[in-house]
Each structure stands twice: as C-alpha cells, then as structure tokens.
Ligand binder design. Sequence first.
Ligand code: MLT
Length: 244
Amino acid sequence: MKLFVYHTPESTPTDLLPDCAVVIDVLRATTTIATALDAGAEAVQAFSNIEELKRQSNSWSADKRLLAGERGGEMVKGFDMGNSPLACTPKVVKNKRLFLTTTNGTRALQRVEQVPQVITAAQINRQAAVNYLLETQPETVWMVGSGWQGDYSVEDTACAGAIAQSILQQSDVSKLKLFGNDEVIGAIALYAQWQDNLLNLFRLCSHGQRLLKLDGDEDLRYCSQTDILDVLPIQKEPGVLVKR
Ligand code: MLT
C-alpha cells in the first residue's frame, strides 16, 4: 500500500485515480456522515450544489428524507438541519436518507467519486478507516483533506496523519514503502505534535474559529475525540455513502 496525502481536493492529480480515496473533513462533514450512519441513517447522499440536492430529494418520500447542510457553517435556509454531528441522533435520522450539502466536504467527495473504493474518515472513526485499509490493502490510497474553499485546513491533515501513523503501528510495512509523498511525513509530524491536544488545535484553527463564532464549541469537543465510533462510511454509488 502507498499512501498519498492531499491537503485539498484541488491539489489531487487530475490525470490519474488511486485504488482507494479517503475523504476527510473533520470539521465537520465527515464527522457528521459517520455519526448519522452510526445513528441508523439509511444513507447520506452528498451534493455540492443546493439546487441539485433539492431536485433529487424531491423524488424521495418526505418522511424518509432529511435536507441537511450549511454554507459558511450556518444551516441552509429551509433545510431540516445544518451540519452539526450532534443533531444526528437516532430519533432524528433513523431509517432516513440525509441529503447533505456542505461548503467543502461534499465538494471533496465529488472530486473522487469515480475512484473504485471511496470511504470517509474523521477523528471519531479513525480506527475503522485504518482497519478497512489494512484489510483491503489497496495499492494506492489518496487521503484527501477538504480544506476551506481551496485552502489548507490543518485539522484534516492532522487526521490523515493519525491514519498514517496508525497504519505504521499496526502493520510491518516500512515507512519507505508506505509513504507516497512528502505530505504524509508532514501529516504524521503534525499529528504527533497535537495528538494529546486536538481540541486546542481545533479551537485555534481557522474553521474552528469560525464555528466558535457560531456557538460551535460542543461540536469542536465532539469532533476532537478519537476512535469513539466503530462505523465506516463507504460509497455505494457516486455520492451515496452507506455504513459498511
Ligand atoms: C465543510 O464542508 O466545509 C464543513 O463541513 C463546514 C461545516 O463545519 O459545517
């Protein structure tokens, strides 16, 4: 297995695809996706475009769908819910399909939707992603951070580092064999620096600051926990994620 880290969807190569893509948007889309599926949502269908989401969700029975999403961190007007993972309780999401649009996470998913194996990861389900990679051993893996409108987001790269570090610890693969680009080395170093203090990192970083202005500290606390859910979102058709 060769791991590559890309800080943003825009920095992924355009002329080739890997065997597996791991989409990461710790604050908050992939944390929300994992939480919703763990709480019994039937699927999460991701859209970068709000109008397309409305069009496709219209063909779904009203009692089986939830319109979820944000722009700039705030709930989209007229939707059932925003993008807070804490809103994804079994009472709200069980047996429903979440039609989800977010500023960056859903764009990252769209960028890699043609990859044969697509999973999503966040800090809360890091070990589930590691288990999947160790079990399926894809030859090439892209870990794609969602960033913020084309810019780097430190929390996504820290999570990629957490996954890479865990693979190194749980297999006998050498660093030389595993590392596909220098970003992997940087991601592991970043995670090593902050692993005992992720909440502080999230409160410092630009999107954490944005969420704090929207009263998001509870979300930051939740998103900063490691390995609390044993759930792996996997793409079953382009844009549609289900529990593996
Ligand atoms: C995104 O996709 O940009 C994020 O998930 C935004 C958010 O925190 O809701």
